[in-house]
Design a protein around this ligand. Structure first.
Ligand code: ARG
Length: 276
């Protein structure tokens, strides 16, 4: 199934770093520049649009300081019968659990069947469960936010195979921080995040694998990029080697500044949700 070019974003009205949910947030409590965050968010929205996406918005909810990261509250897609399905996450942090009902409501209004995960295991939606573009396949990261057993319920709900990948480092705590499926054949990865059997699976299924240098994968969150239409890639600014590699594979690269969001452990990919 090709990935949609319609995206959902959440304006950063209440965005802040008020606690430490991942190692990137350490030292950044109270350090968000709100004006800069607002500008970076609108520039990101414009970059998605320039890359060919249309962007829908969800109303931000007060006291949900991470809601701007709208990849995490759900996993949406088409089920085996081609119907729109929105699977709700079981977020690890109580403050993030409060974000989920707003997304349930939004996707129900957009014509989705909304379902709870048939499991009590932790599951953080498209932060950890990534569609393989053009294939009936999901990649499922686990080890920090998502429990590996959650993927049995994900696989059953969409009637689709899930390849599980154990995430080694807590700085790469969601799969979308270390694997980006750019198109059916090409993945951008941080090789240090995976066990050798995970890496072998990635290489067996993607004929082209671009490896990010460690500094760009970590400080620049280069793998938290988003491909639009299999041609355009939106990525955090300053990841020079990764950008050169993307251009060598003929992707059109759009660089954006997401430094205020890096303080919270997120960048381009996690600031949107696909809308099928
Ligand atoms: N501060 C947020 C958290 O720790 C960041 C989430 C980033 N999302 C992502 N899919 N990587 O939950």
């Amino acid at each position: 199934m090709p990935l949609p070019t319609r995206l959902l974003m959440c304006p950063p009205a209440h965005f802040d770093v008020i606690d430490v949910k991942n190692p990137h947030m350490q030292g950044n409590v109270g350090q968000v520049d709100r004006a800069a965050a607002a500008k970076q968010w609108s520039d990101l929205k414009s970059a998605f649009e320039r890359a060919g996406a249309t962007v829908d918005l969800i109303d931000p909810v007060p006291n949900c300081e991470d809601m701007v990261f709208c990849a995490n509250q759900t996993l949406v897609g088409l089920d085996a019968a081609g119907r729109k399905l929105c699977l709700l996450s079981r977020m690890k942090h109580p403050s993030r659990q409060r974000e989920v009902p707003a997304f349930a409501k939004w996707f129900a209004a957009a014509g989705y069947r909304v379902a709870d995960l048939a499991s009590t295991a932790g599951f953080e939606g498209s932060g950890d469960a990534l569609w393989h573009p053009g294939r009936a396949l999901i990649w499922g990261g686990h080890g920090h936010r998502t429990d590996p057993t959650a993927y049995e319920a994900v696989s059953a709900a969409f009637d689709i195979p899930v390849i599980r990948l154990k995430l080694l480092s807590d700085r790469f705590y969601h799969l979308d921080t270390c694997l980006c499926a750019l198109d059916e054949r090409t993945a951008l990865i941080n090789p240090l995040s995976f066990e050798s059997r995970g890496l072998a699976l990635i290489r067996a299924i993607f004929p082209q694998v671009i490896e990010c240098p460690p500094r760009e994968a970590d400080q620049g969150m280069a793998c938290n990029a988003t491909a639009i239409g299999g041609k355009h890639v939106v990525i955090q600014k300053g990841n020079a080697q990764t950008v050169a590699a993307l251009r060598a594979y003929n992707f059109t690269v759009h660089e954006v500044e997401t430094t205020e969001y890096l303080k919270s452990g997120g960048s381009v990919f996690c600031m949107k949700m696909y809308v099928f």
